[in-house]
Design a protein around this ligand. Sequence first.
Ligand code: PEP
Ligand code: MG
Length: 538
Amino acid sequence: MKKGIAASKGYAIGHVFIKENAEVVITDKKIEDIKAEKEKLHKAITESRLQISKIKEKAIAEIGEEKAAVFDSHIMLLDDPEFTGAMEMEIENNSINVEKAVETIAHNFLAIFESMEDEYMRERAADIKDVSNRIILNLTGKMKGLDITDNDTIVVAHDLTPSDTAQLDKDKVIAFLTNIGGRTSHSAIMARTLEIPAVVGLNDITDCVKNGDLAIVDGVEGVVIIDPDQATLDEYRKRKENYEKEMKELKTLISVKAHTKSGKRVEVAGNIGKAQDVHKVIENGADAIGLFRTEFLYMDRDNMPSEEEQFESYKYVLENMEGKPVVIRTLDIGGDKKLSYLPMPEEMNPFLGYRAIRLCLDRKDIFKIQLRALLRASIHGNLKVMFPMISSLDEFIQAKAVVDECKEELRNEGIEYSENIEFGIMVEIPAAAVCAEELAKHVDFFSIGTNDLIQYTLAADRMSEKVSYLYNPMHPAVLRLIKMTIEGAHKAGKWCGMCGEMAGDENAIPTLVEYGLDEFSMSASSILRAKQIIINQD
Ligand code: PEP
Ligand code: MG
């Protein structure tokens, strides 16, 4: 048994096909006819462009326009003067053979990308490798496709380039395994889109198998079993069957609106941290965005995002949701979330300190930039604004006053905004839950933030392993506060949602439905299962 990184879920049982890398020997040979060498390069680039365009067409048909866009960047690389142009210069300046020139320039580019901190950028080195290998294979006449003729094939390779993955014949290839790669590599992303199981980062899987070996791929746990015994085979056949049945059932729920058996409509929404995450939420059939954690727009950078940048992100999400509700939470920084460019006081208990709405009311300069961006974006969809960490009515009133200030500014500047924005609060401090009935008279909605509500109610730090045994969503005190919050909202005719992790917790959902929670917001991958639980409930 070998353990790697689970890159794409699912189970496969089949026979191994090892993808051999073509052997190409590149020498330092000098050349005399520079013009001829450059022509060889142009021919190889033209061939590569044609091949990539074909692969792109196949990818669009199989995985959709957006995912296939990676091949546009490959074509752009072929046309990039800094990349292929530099190869020409290399031939010219050093009278070096064309293969060596391609290798040298690709090597220089790879050194830059592979040393980047950002995992995503590091993975983009794969695109450079993919394109330069293709040029070299075309130059040496060694370019060949993956010729797979047998059904139930598990492709094993040192690495699979995005174009290798896109060329896999889905009727024959049921899984793939690679020595290297991570969850965010293009091949892993494509495997998830193609819905074939994949395990990557297996180190030496190419040395552990022979062509034709029987293997089990467990893309759920990231495990590979080579030459399994009968009992293991039987066990995995069962797991595979159950998994496929479950997936099939869940998929039928994508366009289903969740109602309990007694007819109560329950909204199932998604949580996002970046504007691009909206697509995963839509693919999983969400009714709404229940929480956009905007602090992620402020993180991993060294300055504040401008009003314009924020406006573009909010507009993107609103437009993509096509009129469905989008709850955007104002900046919730502090606690465990720090910004390198915003000095914060040293505190003994940062979770009880200067954070979220407390910080925003103190730093109106920062708060107003976000509110202006939100107001401006509001005309592009169904926006609801939510303030985090509200402990008293006064904070909500103060926050609304800043909104009014921004509205007035925009009016004076002749900039449009919607008059129909709902303003709500997160109920994540026990005080707010206890005072829910009072608060509900003033706000448009509640969303219960159980991640914090549980830690504050039980005095059990959500970040501490040592007290995690106390951090119990089903503690009667927590449940009572949740019930009070929902009832408080309903008494005032307002809706109540939940966007903490508990909303996607299979064990908690039935209780929350029973309490009358109107909206459940969770990570995209939990949405379909949550719908299934809700529609099976009385
Ligand atoms: C919560 O506290 O439940 C919540 C959703 O917010 P965060 O996890 O961002 O604190
Ligand atoms: Mg919180």
